[in-house]
Design a protein around this ligand. Structure first.
Ligand code: MN
Length: 493
C-alpha cells in the first residue's frame, strides 16, 4: 500500500521549499471522489491514484502533473466532472485530466483499436506531452495489478502496452519507462519465455552479483586516490528482462554471450570527469576491443549520451560500464520528461513554449520515424502526415474518434470529411456541446457534433466562403451542380 506521506517525502526532496498544499488537496479530493470504490484487487481506489502519482514523481515531472495524476480517473470513474476539477485546481490541471479522460475512451477492437489508440496518443502529444506521462504512470500501475483481471483482459492490456505504449516511450527517449512497460507486459504476452528468461536471470545473477562486489571494491579503492573527482553514484544495474530476451534470441540463447547482463553505471559531476573515470577503469581492467563507445562526443541519433566500455575483470568475466553526468542520466531514463524539467528550471513557465521544448528534443523527427515504421500496418498514419503535424488540428466525433483537419477548418469541413451525406444535410453544429455557427474555426480537442436535416437536398452556396478543405469544397460544388441540373430538368418538364 502506498501513502500520501511517501509521495510528499519524495516531492519535498525534488522541490525544496515548495508549497505542497495543492498536492495534499488533490489527494483529499480524489479520496473523497473515489470514496467507497475499490479496485478489483480489493484495495481502495485511491491507492491507484497514489501509485500513479508516485510513478510520475519518479519521472521528475512538475507539481501540476502530480496533481493531475492524483485526479486522473475522477471524471471517468466518479460523479465529479472536469469542470469541478477546473474550479478547484485551475485550468492547467483540469486540461491534463481532460486529456487523460479523452485518451481512455476507446471504441474499437483489434487493428482499428490500435490505430485509434495511436491517433489519440498523437493528439495528446501535440497538445501537452505531460498527458502521455500521466498515461504511462497510470498504465504502469495497471500492469502491476493485472493479475486480478480475466486472462482475456490481461492479454489485451499487455499487448496494447507492448505495441503502443512501449514504442512511444522509446520514441520519447524514456528508456526506463519503456523497459518497465515491456517487462510487465512480457509476463502476460509470452508467459513461457518470460519464465525461461527470469529463471535464467535468477540463476546467473548471484554469481554476477558476487563478482560485482569485488569489482566495486577495486573501483572504490582506485577512486580514493582521486579525492577531487565528484561522483554521485555507482550502481550495478540488471538488464531489463524483455531486452535481455531479445538479445538472447540474437545470440543463440546463450547467456554467456551477453555482456551487459549487469552493467555498472557511474554518475559523475562533469563531462571531463566522465573521461577521467573511463581512464581509471581502463587502467584497472583491460577493455574489450571495439566495445569502447563515446556517445558523449557522438550522441546516438536519439540524443542518448554516455560513455560505454566493456572490460575483462577476470577469467571469462566481462562487465560493461556506463559513465555519464546526472543530466545525461536523467535524460536517458526519462527522456522528454527530464528534458522538459531542465527547460522548466532554466526558463520561467510562460517563456518555455511547448513547441520550442519539443523541437529542442527533436522528438517531432522521432515521431516521423515512428510513422514510417508502422506505415504498413495502418493506413491512417500515412494520411495524418505527422511531418505536417503543426499545421493540423485534431478534433473528436461524439463517439470519440479523432479526425485530423487542416488548421482553421470548420464544422462543414469536418462533416464532409466524415461523409458526403453528412455534409450535404448539415444544418447546425454543436462544438463541445454548445450550438455554434457553421463557420466557426475548430481547435484541437474540440468535440464536434453535426446536426442534420434529413429532408435537406443540397448544401448552402455560402459555405464556399469559409470551408478550408478541398474535400468539402469539391463536394459542395458537386452537390450544387447536381441540384441545379435537377432543377433545370424539372423546369423543362
Ligand atoms: Mn487510472
Amino acid at each position: 500500500m502506498f501513502s500520501l506521506a511517501q509521495l510528499l517525502n519524495i516531492l519535498k526532496k525534488q522541490f525544496p521549499g515548495a508549497d505542497l498544499d495543492m498536492v495534499k488537496l488533490a489527494y483529499d479530493y480524489a479520496a473523497r471522489a473515489h470514496a467507497g470504490q475499490v479496485r478489483l484487487s480489493g484495495e481502495p481506489y485511491v491507492s491507484h491514484n497514489l501509485a500513479t502519482a508516485l510513478n510520475l514523481a519518479a519521472m521528475h515531472v512538475d507539481l501540476p502533473t502530480i496533481q493531475a495524476g492524483l485526479l486522473h480517473d475522477v471524471p471517468e470513474e466518479t460523479a465529479y466532472t472536469t469542470e469541478d476539477i477546473k474550479e478547484n485546481f485551475g485550468e492547467e490541471v483540469a486540461n491534463l485530466v481532460d486529456g487523460i479522460t479523452k485518451l481512455s475512451k476507446l471504441k474499437y477492437r483489434g487493428m482499428e483499436r490500435y490505430v485509434e489508440n495511436l491517433r489519440k496518443m498523437f493528439l495528446a502529444l501535440s497538445k501537452d506531452v505531460r498527458v502521455i506521462l500521466i498515461k504511462f504512470a497510470d498504465r504502469l500501475h495497471n500492469l502491476e495489478t493485472l493479475d486480478v483481471l480475466s486472462p482475456e483482459k490481461q492479454k489485451r492490456i499487455a499487448l496494447e502496452s507492448m505495441e503502443i505504449f512501449a514504442p512511444l516511450a522509446h520514441r520519447l527517449g524514456m528508456w526506463e519507462i519503456k523497459g518497465q512497460l515491456e517487462d510487465l507486459s512480457f509476463k502476460y504476452i509470452q508467459p513461457e519465455d518470460y519464465a525461461w528468461v527470469s529463471t535464467l536471470m535468477a540463476t546467473t545473477s548471484p554469481s554476477k552479483e558476487k563478482n560485482l562486489k569485488i569489482i566495486m571494491r577495486a573501483l572504490h579503492t582506485a577512486l580514493t586516490k582521486q579525492p577531487d573527482l565528484k561522483i554521485y553514484s555507482i550502481q550495478g544495474r540488471a538488464k531489463h528482462l524483455y531486452s535481455l530476451y531479445k538479445k538472447l534470441l540474437r545470440h543463440d540463447r546463450d547467456i554467456s554471450r551477453i555482456y551487459d547482463l549487469i552493467a555498472v553505471r557511474i554518475i559523475a559531476e562533469s563531462v571531463v570527469e566522465c573521461y577521467t573515470l573511463l581512464g581509471i577503469i581502463h587502467q584497472l581492467w583491460k577493455p574489450l576491443r571495439g566495445r569502447i563507445k563515446d556517445y558523449i562526443a557522438q550522441p546516438k541519433p536519439n540524443g542518448y549520451q554516455s560513455l560505454h566500455t566493456t572490460v575483462i575483470v577476470g577469467p571469462g568475466e566481462i562487465v560493461e560500464f556506463q559513465i555519464r553526468t546526472q543530466k545525461m542520466d536523467e535524460e536517458a531514463q526519462y527522456g522528454v520528461a527530464a528534458h522538459w524539467l531542465y527547460v522548466e528550471k532554466e526558463k520561467p513557465k510562460e517563456g518555455a513554449k511547448l513547441d520550442a521544448r519539443l523541437q529542442k528534443f527533436s522528438w517531432v523527427n522521432e515521431l516521423i520515424k515512428l510513422q514510417q515504421e508502422i506505415k504498413d500496418t495502418t493506413k491512417y498514419l500515412e494520411t495524418v502526415k505527422i511531418d505536417v503535424f503543426p499545421d493540423n488540428i485534431f478534433v473528436f466525433t461524439p463517439k470519440g474518434d479523432v479526425i485530423a483537419l487542416p488548421d482553421q477548418a470548420t464544422p462543414i469541413d469536418f462533416a464532409y470529411h466524415i461523409h458526403t451525406d453528412l455534409g450535404d444535410k448539415c444544418t447546425a453544429t454543436r462544438i463541445n456541446n454548445r450550438l455554434m455557427p457553421l463557420s466557426t474555426p475548430l481547435k484541437s480537442g474540440d468535440m464536434v457534433e453535426i446536426i442534420i436535416d434529413k429532408k435537406r437536398v443540397r448544401p448552402s452556396h455560402d459555405w464556399l466562403d469559409f470551408v478550408k478543405t478541398r474535400t468539402a469544397r469539391e463536394h459542395i460544388k458537386q452537390s450544387l451542380n447536381r441540384a441545379s441540373r435537377l432543377l433545370t430538368i424539372f423546369k423543362r418538364g
